[in-house]
Design a binder for this molecule. Structure first.
Ligand SMILES: [Fe+2]
Ligand SMILES: [Fe+2]
Length: 137
């Protein structure tokens, strides 16, 4: 277990167990990627970590979007746009990294942790009331 770059704190809770667990897993994956930079892991292994993170994020987003749709959540379009922008940005990082134009650097890590923290506290938390009211907690 290496350094903890991003930490789970209670203020990140959206009060839905399944989604909190997925957020924790995303934080774990960010920390693993961070440690792979510190340990100078080879490029191919790092691409796989980044792709793994992108895929897990996509499945987490799909779960949130499924519930938003099911509960007729009014903020779903804006929320989906944020998910889409994140997916595009991570793919852009992956392409640059694979083609050797950039490395997975502190800049990538700052983006990942900053985006996730802000998205959870600023956007995800807005669905808590509606999800809880529909029996999801
Ligand atoms: Fe979200
Ligand atoms: Fe989320």
């Amino acid at each position: 277990m290496g350094a903890e770059y991003m930490k789970w704190t209670d203020d990140l809770s959206v009060n839905v167990k399944e989604l909190d667990e997925q957020h924790r897993k995303l934080i774990d994956m960010i920390n693993i990627l961070y440690n792979s930079i510190k340990e100078a892991t080879d490029r191919h292994a790092m691409v796989l970590l980044l792709v793994g993170l992108a895929n897990y994020a996509a499945s987490h987003f799909a779960d949130e979007e499924k519930y938003m749709s099911l509960f007729n959540y009014s903020g779903q379009e804006l929320h989906k746009n944020e998910h889409g922008a994140f997916k595009d940005k991570v793919l852009e990082f992956k392409d640059k990294f694979e083609s050797g134009k950039a490395s997975i650097s502190e800049e990538v890590m700052v983006f990942l942790q900053d985006w996730l923290a802000r998205h959870i506290t600023g956007t995800d938390k807005k669905y808590t009331q509606v999800f809880n009211a529909n029996g999801l907690s």
